[in-house]
Structures are given as structure tokens and as C-alpha cells.
Design a protein around this ligand. Structure first.
Ligand code: C5P
Length: 403
């Protein structure tokens, strides 16, 4: 029987062109055995007729907060109580802003305040609206408050642009709602992951960094969330979309990453250091842009070491989590990786070959050799999502003795 059988799903539809796909979500949810009620914002009704949703859901559509008849039949409190899960698809930038503010100025925002059911948002908007700091801050606020994020994806947009902001397809949204994360082996566990590169400022316009895209760390965050963990990802500057349900804290430098990780350590059961942290930073950050010398002479930059976040977490005296590190090697992989694991005091280290075409940095695929005290496993070349899933199974097995 489907995971969604008998579930009450309240679909909120806000005003965006992606609303034309929302009736398909209703259809698929019902196929999966769920009961669906639809609440539309005023802007959503400019895109799709309520009658369409009434036809596919088999129920009247709700949209007025202050309609006496509607309130008598099924008002905001009843709707909020009825729902086992609220899915808002599409979630527009405006709706996310109103939710982040805690407004209750229409039926949908009001019932979101009044429900204790989980709320999942499927954002859909132009890529610049998604990247706008205002939207980003609203997203962080909502994640902190326990909202789940499903997407957005990347690709062609209705406005003719290409980038992050596309609503996930109905099929992916329904699959995410049906995912058995709530029964996963990491339910109740808190996983902290570092991902991406760091940027070490030299002056206000220049920095030292590396080619890490963060893809592996993001894939690991998704794999941990799929297994039911509460996942926080501390990410250096990277483009990848935040996996659904993952709290993301953006940082720039190794020092910032270090500070966030240390502040979260007491609330962490598993720490996975997937970031490519810069080993060095400029000893002094110039307050103004460094000028090119006229005489053609060189410039010497003094570098000092950054804190080794992995080693510090592994060496924590109290409440030490299960610690997983990464290693990138160009030769003698097994020997160097195991030596690094011991030196840093990690429980597990996942090593990959770099400098070989088609794997490692900037690649969609990778392979890993994984080492722990007294054991070793080879995870074969695969897309990063699959590899992350296999690695997560190994972590669950080693850390908790189960799959
Ligand atoms: O020493 P190396 O950089 O090769 O070690 C790689 C591992 O250590 C990775 O897991 C990386 O995330 C972590 N690391 C860290 N802090 C540093 C340097 C590396 O957490 N400053």
C-alpha cells in the first residue's frame, strides 16, 4: 500500500505560472491514495480556475478567509486540523515572505499558522528572485522554523531564463511526500555537514579558493535527510540547490565555517567534513584593494594556516560525534588516506583519486575508498547522488550498527 494511503494532504497554491502544474499534483496524490483539499491564494486564481482543482480533487476549493459560508463548512482551523501534511506548490517569493513574517492575511497563511502538521514548500520563481538576499533570508527563517523545502530545481524558466527556481515536477513532489524519511535509520539523529570550497579574502576584491563545487557534500546532505536525520549543512560559496528539508548555513571563509561548526557541535551526532577547506589564509587582509606596483616587481603574500575543523571536531573532549572526513589523493591512496584518518582522529575517511579525468572536483561522478579502524570498503564509480547514498549506508552501519 502507498505511503500516502489515507493521508490528508492540504495543497496550497500561490500565484505563479507553475500553478498550471498543480492540478497534476492533486491527481498524483489521489492516485497514491491521499485525500486532497486545495486552498488557493487570490493570485493563484489569476493563473488557474478553482473549478479545475475542484474537478481533480473532487472537493470544493477554499480561498476566502472571511467568507461566512465557507467558514461554516470548513474554516481555517478545521482545515488546519484536518491536514496531516501541508504542501504549498508553487510557493511564490511573496508567499514565502508572508510566511516568514508570520502574516495571516489570507486563508493559506492563516492556516499555516494554525496547523501543527508539517509544511513543505515547493518554491517556484525567476532565478534572480530566488537568489535575492530577501528571499534567501526568508528561506533560512522558514527552514529554521521547521518548514521543509522541496526544490527548487534548475533549468529553463517560464520567463525565458535558465537557472535555479523551477518548481519540482509533480512526480518528484509526490515522491518526496511519500518518502519514508520519518521511519529512516537516522530518525532523531542530527547530522552536521560541511560542503563546498572556502574563500579566503586577500583584499576587498580578491580571494584564494579552490575548484570544489560542493556537489558531493550536497548529495550527502540529501542522503542523510532521506534517512530521516535532521541535517544542517554549512556551505561555502556554491551554486547547488539546497536539498529538501536541509538547513543550510552559508559561510565564506574557513574561520566562519569553523565558528559555525563549533557552535553546533553540542547538537551533533554525526559530523561529515566534505568541504574543501582552504589550508591557508592571508596573514593580513588588506583594508583597501592592493595596488599593482609600477616598477614591475613581484608581490609576496604571507599565508597562515587555517584551523583544521575536522581534526578539532574529532579531538573534542566532550560529546564527540561520529566523525567522517574526506581525502583527495593523487598517489598511494590507501596508505595516505588511512594515515590521514589516524592523524586527524576521524572514525572514517572517504578517499578519492583526484587529477584523473572524469572524477573528483567539477565532475558528476566519483568513486570512493572508505577506511575505518580495522576495515575498508570500495564504493564503485557512480553518479554522486548514488555514491552519497552508499556512503551514508556505510556511515549508518559503522556508527549505529544498522542499515
Ligand atoms: O588535510 P586535508 O585538507 O587533506 O583533509 C581533508 C579533510 O579535512 C576533509 O574532510 C576536509 O573537509 C577536512 N578539513 C577541515 N578543515 C581544514 C582542512 C580540511 O575540516 N582546515
Amino acid at each position: 500500500m502507498s505511503e500516502l494511503h489515507g493521508h490528508h494532504i492540504l495543497l496550497g497554491v500561490s500565484g505563479g505560472i507553475a500553478a498550471y502544474k498543480s492540478p497534476e499534483i492533486v491527481r498524483r496524490l489521489r492516485e497514491a491514495g491521499a485525500e486532497v483539499r486545495v486552498v488557493m491564494t487570490a493570485a493563484a486564481r489569476a493563473f488557474v480556475q478553482p473549478l479545475t482543482f475542484q474537478a481533480v480533487s473532487g472537493r470544493p476549493v477554499h480561498h476566502d478567509l472571511l467568507d461566512a459560508d465557507a467558514e461554516a463548512a470548513m474554516g481555517h482551523i478545521e482545515l488546519a486540523r484536518w491536514a496531516d501534511h501541508v504542501l504549498i506548490a508553487p510557493a511564490s517569493a511573496d508567499l514565502m515572505a508572508r510566511l516568514a513574517q508570520g502574516l495571516a492575511d489570507d486563508l493559506l497563511t492563516t492556516l499555516c499558522l494554525a496547523t501543527d502538521a508539517p509544511i513543505s514548500l515547493a518554491p517556484a520563481m525567476n532565478r534572480l528572485m530566488w537568489a535575492n538576499p530577501a528571499t534567501r533570508e526568508n528561506r533560512e527563517t522558514l527552514l529554521r522554523r521547521g518548514f521543509h523545502l522541496l526544490g527548487p530545481g534548475e533549468g529553463d524558466q517560464a520567463c525565458g531564463e535558465v537557472g535555479a527556481g523551477r518548481m519540482w515536477e509533480p512526480e518528484a513532489l509526490v515522491a518526496a511526500l511519500a518518502a519514508p524519511a520519518s521511519r529512516g535509520p537516522l530518525r532523531g539523529r542530527r547530522v552536521l555537514i560541511t560542503a563546498g570550497p572556502t574563500r579566503e579574502a586577500i583584499d576587498p576584491v580578491r580571494y584564494l579558493s579552490n575548484r570544489s563545487t560542493g556537489r558531493m557534500g550536497f548529495a550527502i546532505a540529501a542522503a542523510a535527510a532521506e534517512r530521516g536525520a535532521t541535517v544542517t549543512m554549512v556551505a561555502g560559496p556554491c551554486e547547488s540547490a539546497t536539498p529538501c528539508g536541509v538547513e543550510r548555513i552559508d559561510v565564506e571563509s574557513a574561520a566562519e565555517m569553523h565558528a559555525v561548526v563549533m557552535a553546533r557541535l553540542a547538537d551533533t551526532d554525526v559530523f561529515i567534513a566534505a568541504a574543501a577547506v582552504a589550508d591557508y589564509r592571508a596573514a593580513r587582509q588588506a583594508p583597501a584593494k592592493i595596488k599593482k606596483a609600477d616598477g614591475g616587481e613581484g608581490l609576496t603574500l604571507e599565508l597562515v594556516p587555517n584551523p583544521d575543523i575536522l581534526a578539532e571536531v574529532a579531538g573534542a573532549a566532550e560529546g564527540r560525534p561520529y566523525v567522517v572526513g574526506f581525502a583527495a589523493e593523487t598517489e598511494r591512496l590507501a596508505e595516505y588516506a588511512e594515515a590521514k584518518r589516524r592523524r586527524k582522529g576521524a572514525d572514517m575517511i572517504a578517499a578519492n583519486w583526484v587529477g584523473r579525468p572524469g572524477s573528483g572536483f567539477e565532475s558528476e561522478r566519483n568513486a570512493l575508498e572508505v577506511f575505518w579502524d580495522g576495515g575498508h570498503a570500495s564504493l564503485a564509480d557512480a553518479p554522486k547522488a548514488e555514491l552519497a547514498s552508499n556512503l551514508m549506508d556505510l556511515i549508518v552501519e559503522r556508527a549505529y550498527g544498522q542499515r
